[in-house]
Design a protein around this ligand. Sequence first.
Ligand code: GCU
Length: 611
Amino acid sequence: MFKIHKKILLLIFVFSFCLQINAQENLIINTYNRSSESLNGDWKYIVDPYENGFYNYRLEAFEDQENPGSSAFFMNAKPKDKSDLVEYDFDLSDSIAVPSDWNTQKENLYYYEGTVWYKKSFDYVKTNQDNRVFVYFEAVNYQSDVYFNGKKLGAHTGGFTPFNFEVTDLLKESDNFLVVKVDNKRIAEGVPTLNTDWFNYGGITRDVKLVEVPSTFIQDYFIQLNPENNQQIKGFVQLKGQDVSEKEILVTIPELKIKEKVVTNKEGIASIQIKSKKIKYWSTQNPYLYNVVLTVGADKIEDQIGFRTIKTQGQEILLNDEKIYLKGISIHEESPISGGRGSTIEDAQQLLNWAKELGCNYVRLAHYPHNEHMVRLADKMGILVWEENPVYWTIAWDNEETYKNAENQLSEVINRDKNRASVIIWSMANETPTSDARNVFLGNLAAHTREMDPTRLISAALEQTDYQGNPSIRTIHDDFADVVDVLSFNQYVGWYDGLPDKCGQLSWKITQNKPVLISEFGAGAKVGFHGDKLTRWTEEYQEDLYIQTLKMLEGIEQLQGFSPWILVDFRSPRRVLPKIQDGYNRKGLISEDGQKKKAFFVLKDFYDNKK
Ligand code: GCU
């Protein structure tokens, strides 16, 4: 009896796990190419440090009550009559811009970490009564609970990936109200965890839009060049709707004179395999994008997709079977225009223009998924991209919920960007301390990534150590180095580890037969502070560090590129040195107000002359 019981339990677990996967994969991809109504602009907000709008005085969640009552902020209640008691009013409260972070918008919220409620009222008339409507968030940092016309739509954890909820059955033609509870408190079991060297910007930090689709629509697709056959385009299209089986989808790529009909299975998935001998491959020199059109019933969506292969061969990285050297720079998602969390196409354009000016063909988007504009622009500009999951420093490796959170955030960015030719590397983590639990955690993330996307490379920013106890020889001694496709590590010889001349006093012994990238090196400098090259924080110190490091790196034969830390000075509460840091990490090659430091030109010269 017990044996059968166990089998039933196992079946239930597997079935619920599959459901959970499906639940994660409700993301509507490529919303930028869909007609949508933006909900950007002024929202009303209420700061709620005691979460008084979410819990009653006994700390019971209003949303768990049969009738939440008017005290719950998500009810957007008004007094029924002159005697009625309602102790909040969104419409009498202040406004805040969406998208952006509250820290740089509201001086009294600069260091605030807690809950802020957002409310947006709007009218909406569907273009077709049979259509479905979703509310789509590009990102909300960190924990969001979303309510529509007083009903809970769902919750999302993670500050850097998109999510959407259906509102079709709750939508009215007028006076809709969308309420979002945003909580950016850092928590030990979070992803990232309590300690990061970047600013914890809270808020609805990226675009919000209403996406209207036919009752049966194209929710997802993966259309890339077959890594094993560069004359074959392969992938799948996923339909969502009442009746998705046996549906004929037309895949056209007009420029290749491709018009292919594919048919969905009972899950609404149609696989694609299209041969073509005339593909112009996407590359950094020629970032060629094809217009791909998917049509089924009343739904039609277009995307601009580049076809290329990326693989490793021994110690080399091959783009379209040709060796490529990654001339990179690391970037944080801060707006060079408004100074807070970046989110606009103008922010992305400025950052990537600086990278191009520096001579880069590659950027490391640290330490979390950046907004979709960055990768779509990189596609157009021919810039290769490393995207990273915010598994940063001392994550709660033994916590199952933490792993699920990390895997979900990774799934969401892979889902969002899997059709972007520029994206070549999925990074599992940054500077994580080695342990058995951490190796299992990262190993599972890597296996999950390879299952979701076998067309790209896996890496992580690891740390270097002394070779067999000898501090003059450096090496990578990390079990995860055996899992990654590209061996990457951060090193700060000359900044945290001795002075710049130490670069000339040590050598590197990399034992893994893999391509090597250096994911970080750098030094801090306050722009305009000049002196001799041994005076810490001068532009001359930073310049000499780059000169010495570039010489040292020539000694690493497997080196296939690097992404110095970092393009622009960025905010970090960990950097408090008065008159120098003042709340900024100063390792940028450019100051936060756009002034280039001397080291910028050292790196530019190296890249411009690198064959
Ligand atoms: C680390 C870390 C970065 C940090 C940098 C620094 O390598 O990856 O997030 O900002 O060093 O100390 O400046």
